[in-house]
Design a protein around this ligand. Structure first.
Ligand SMILES: [Zn+2]
Length: 401
């Protein structure tokens, strides 16, 4: 597999690289960010998502806890009722942020949990206990689902579980097994999904609209359209290159991944302290009202997305561009294309007076809310009378005409 840093970046896939990093940063501070990459075969969506496994930072958990209990906030059935003293006696360990994958043929027991057969059949000490499934084991990390549209179509039970997991931040999951008490645990998991909406059974929003809305952001992958990029991709996929690359790059790769990891840790620290300026929050609220958006999730995603985007781009302040950059990602799966085009035009071209960016209701003393992007002291050309223009020309060149 080609390492994350080496994957070709081009216009059509850039957004996914950003979303992947934004989601890891958010997951590290305990706030899941669910992302979905849609696109045709060969656009590299699953490759990018799987390669991100190489750049995941470490998390600290209670030693040996399969539920990944945070020593400061234990949540699992074994540790949640222990005293801080008992917890610290158990010790801690560092593990890579979990990244687990659910296939579209997975069973409920694998995903949620089931009875621990090894313990049940232990000859010396048989005991009925629950074995947490993939989702509770991915707590504080990532769950990846390729072909989520097929999963939504064929596994309504797993879809229901995902709706619970993604319903709130953090979400929750119930592990049920006949004869054992139901266990309900909190799970803070970012769900990453990929699908090809042009293949059977079609786009997720047409199969389970609710599930589609649970994704904070959706990006539609474009194909590479430059000869240079395509030939580089071909080269890296050739057998010979792959064989040589193994030795050549093992050390380099680890070093480059380490750069991503330490950036992610740094960004997470910034994200915990960052906030959106009030005028941008008002702007998002106005988008919601003016365009009659139905989903509060959408504008929440726009807010956290704008902050995360400004951070991974190395800026110390969130700008209007960070918000507008989020519009297609947050709304593609939530509004019809006409509404989205209207919104983007609203921002891009309509000018200050009638556009949604109008700041006329703002208080004058709000310094941050008074950007100097739009100076009003010049007279626009279209407002000058034709005779004024002619006169000016005449007065400047009195000897002509
Ligand atoms: Zn635990």
């Amino acid at each position: 597999m080609i390492p994350f840093y080496k994957l070709e970046r081009y216009e059509g896939n850039e957004a996914l690289f950003e979303l992947v990093m934004m989601s890891i940063v958010a997951s590290l501070v305990g706030e899941p960010l669910h992302i979905h990459a849609e696109g045709l075969r060969g656009t590299g969506k699953t490759t990018i998502m799987r390669a991100a496994k190489g750049i995941l930072p470490n998390i600290t958990r209670i030693k040996g806890c399969v539920y990944n209990c945070d020593p400061a906030a234990p949540h699992c059935p074994h540790h949640r009722n222990m005293s801080p003293n008992e917890i610290s006696n158990l010790g801690t360990e560092e593990i890579p942020m979990p990244f687990l994958e659910i296939s579209h043929s997975a069973k409920v027991g694998t995903v949620a949990g089931s009875v621990d057969l090894a313990r049940l059949t232990d000859i010396s000490h048989p005991e009925a206990q629950l074995l947490p499934g993939l989702i509770p084991q991915a707590h504080r990390g990532i769950i990846f689902i390729d072909e989520i549209n097929r999963l939504a179509d064929t596994s309504p039970e797993i879809t229901d579980i995902l709706l619970d997991v993604m319903g709130n931040k953090p979400g929750h999951i119930q592990i049920e097994e006949a004869g054992l008490p139901v266990v309900d645990v909190t799970v803070s998991v970012s769900v990453w999904a990929a699908s090809n909406p042009d293949e059977d059974p079609g786009p997720v929003e047409e199969i389970r609209r609710q599930l589609s809305d649970r994704f904070d952001m959706v990006c539609y992958m474009g194909r590479p359209n430059s000869v240079d990029i395509l030939s580089q991709m071909l080269k890296e996929n050739s057998h010979q290159w792959k064989a040589q690359a193994k030795e050549r790059e093992a050390a380099v790769e680890e070093g480059k991944n380490e750069v991503f990891r330490s950036n992610i840790v740094k960004w997470a620290g910034q994200y915990e302290k960052a906030d959106l300026p009030d005028f941008l929050r008002n702007y998002i609220a106005r988008l919601y009202i003016k365009h009659n958006l139905e989903s509060i999730r959408a504008i929440e995603a726009m807010q956290s997305g704008a902050i995360l985007h400004s951070i991974i781009k190395g800026r110390d302040k969130v700008a209007i561009n960070d918000v507008t950059h989020m519009i297609p990602l947050v709304l593609k799966h939530r509004v019809d294309s006409d509404t989205m085009v209207r919104m983007i035009n609203d921002v891009d071209s309509k000018g200050v007076k009638d556009g949604i960016l109008s700041f006329k209701n703002r208080k004058k003393n709000d310094k941050e809310a008074d950007p100097d992007y739009f100076p009003h002291n010049a007279t626009p050309l279209k407002d000058i009378r034709r005779s004024d223009l002619v006169n000016t020309e005449k007065s400047l060149t009195p000897n002509e005409g």
